[in-house]
Design a protein around this ligand. Structure first.
Ligand code: B4P
Length: 198
């Protein structure tokens, strides 16, 4: 199994790059943002609760997101690996993920962290807000709250994986293909290492 976390602030391109990565490596894509938006669209109790936080640019409570990921892992017993996109976003989520993977005799191989300046993030999210219909993209105050939440609660998650020597920083500015090529270079190197050691 090969499990990777695509990490980065809101608008850093996690969703964009994930689509390309799953097509190349046949990993199961687990995006907590997409899972939550699907709950909202279906007006489930979980979605109705999550929407209150997402509309303000705040993180959804840990227990809700962890439960969702736990269910998704159990639902995909035959996956040959997972791409976690937008998860974990807090230290508690990171600890919970390690435990869930341990139960499946597997672990995170690498965290690829996209680095993008704040100015560029705001520009991308405002632009997406013009067409996406996402309520968290079309309000400057909400976008700023999302970036603040990231700086306060999510960026420490990288420290957690740094201690285990699993973090690689990748420049998240440039064309989508340039960034993709850098990400695949890092993944291929790690996959090759696993193959030669097994
Ligand atoms: P997410 O759905 O995870 O979305 P995101 O962080 O806003 O975007 P992403 O980084 O995927 O950017 P994208 O590729 O789309 O989160 C939404 C909300 O859900 C959170 O605020 C939170 O409330 C909640 N949530 C989700 N997970 C949670 C968790 N684990 N715990 C608690 N709450 C959680 O790119 C953005 C834009 O940039 C696109 O328009 C794209 O076209 C453009 N772009 C991408 N790459 C580009 C490039 N190289 N150059 C120029 N533009 C580019």
């Amino acid at each position: 199994m090969f499990n990777l976390i695509l990490f980065g602030p809101p608008g850093s391109g996690k969703g964009t790059q994930s689509e390309k990565l799953i097509a190349k490596y046949y990993l199961k894509h687990l995006s907590t943002g997409d899972l939550l938006r699907s709950e909202i669209a279906r007006k489930t109790p979980l979605g109705i609760e999550a929407k209150k936080f997402m509309d303000k640019g705040q993180l959804v409570p840990d227990e809700v997101v962890i439960g969702m990921i736990s269910y998704a892992l159990d639902d995909n017993p035959d996956a040959n690996g997972f791409l976690f996109d937008g998860f974990p976003r807090t230290a508690m989520q990171a600890q919970a993920l390690d435990k869930l993977l341990e139960l499946k005799n597997t672990s995170i191989n690498v965290m690829l962290a996209l680095a993008v300046t704040e100015e560029e993030l705001v520009k991308r999210l405002v632009k997406r807000g013009e067409t996406s219909g996402r309520t968290d993209d079309n309000n400057g105050h909400v976008i700023r709250t999302r970036i603040l939440e990231y700086n306060k609660k999510t960026s420490p998650v990288a420290e957690y994986y740094k201690k285990a020597n699993k973090v690689v920083m990748v420049k998240g500015e440039g064309t989508v293909d340039e960034i993709f090529s850098e990400l695949t270079r890092e993944i291929d190197a790690r996959m090759k290492k696993i193959k030669t050691s097994s």
